[in-house]
Design a protein around this ligand. Structure first.
Ligand code: SF4
Length: 200
C-alpha cells in the first residue's frame, strides 16, 4: 500500500518515508498503522518525487489550509526530494507549506539544509518535546548523541530562512513546570512554542 496523502481537518498531509532517527515513546507509529482514520501509513516502498507530486496534485489545493510533510516517519530524511516536490507545488499553487520535523536534518545530511527552505517552505514545526537533553533522550531515544543540541541549532538556522518557525511539545507528556523552560528555549531559537495534543 502506498498512502502518500491523507486529510486531517482541512489540511493535506504528505507521507514520504517511514524512516526516523528518533524512536519516541509516544510515536503514533507505535499505535496502529493509520492516523485520523487514514489508510495504513506504512509504505511498502518510498514513493518517488513524481509519485508524491502527482498524488498531491490530485487535490484542488486552494480548498485546503496547508500542505504538511509529516506522516509515519521523519520527512527530512528525504529533504532534497521534499524540497523538490515543495518547489513544484509552490510553482503550481499558493498553498501554505509546512514541514513537521524532529529537527535532525543537519545531522542526517551532514550539512546545513535550512537555506533550501527559503521562499518554498512557509512553516517549519520542530518537535522540542522536552526542556533538557536527558529528558528528551529518555522519551525520544535519538540515534545521535547530540540530537537535542543540534535540533535547537536547526531551529535557529530555520529562523533565518523561514517566516514561521515553531517548536512543539506534546501536552501531558512533560511536567507543566517544564513548559515555561520550553517556551524560553523556543524563543531563544527564534521560534514560537506550540503545545499540541497527543494523537493516538
Ligand atoms: S520523531 Fe516523530 S516519527 Fe520519529 S519516532 Fe518521534 S514521533 Fe515518531
Amino acid at each position: 500500500m502506498l498512502t502518500i496523502t491523507y486529510i486531517v481537518d482541512n489540511s493535506l498531509y504528505v507521507n514520504i518515508t517511514n524512516r526516523c532517527t528518533n524512536n519516541c515513546d509516544f510515536c503514533i507509529r507505535n499505535n496502529g498503522d493509520g492516523a485520523y482514520g487514514s489508510n495504513s501509513l506504512w509504505l511498502e516502498r518510498e514513493p518517488t518525487v513524481d509519485e508524491i507530486y502527482n498524488d498531491i496534485m490530485k487535490y484542488q489545493l486552494d480548498k485546503y489550509d496547508e500542505l504538511i510533510f509529516c506522516g509515519y516517519g521523519e520527512p527530512t530524511m528525504r529533504v532534497y526530494d521534499l524540497v523538490e516536490v515543495a518547489k513544484k507545488v509552490k510553482a503550481a499553487s499558493n498553498i501554505h507549506i509546512r514541514i513537521n520535523t524532529n529537527g535532525h536534518a543537519n545531522l542526517v545530511h551532514r550539512t546545513d539544509v535550512t537555506p533550501l527552505f527559503e521562499g518554498i517552505i512557509d512553516t517549519v514545526s520542530i518537535s522540542l518535546n522536552n526542556a533538557n537533553k536527558e529528558d528528551y533522550n529518555s522519551i525520544c531515544h535519538p540515534a545521535y548523541k547530540n540530537a537535542y543540541e543540534k535540533m535547537i541549532e536547526f531551529t535557529a538556522l530555520c529562523s533565518k530562512h523561514v517566516e514561521n518557525v515553531v517548536m512543539s511539545v506534546v501536552h501531558g507528556t512533560i511536567p507543566d513546570e517544564n513548559l515555561e523552560k520550553c517556551r524560553i528555549i523556543a524563543e531563544n531559537a527564534g521560534a514560537k512554542l506550540r503545545i499540541r495534543e497527543y494523537i493516538s
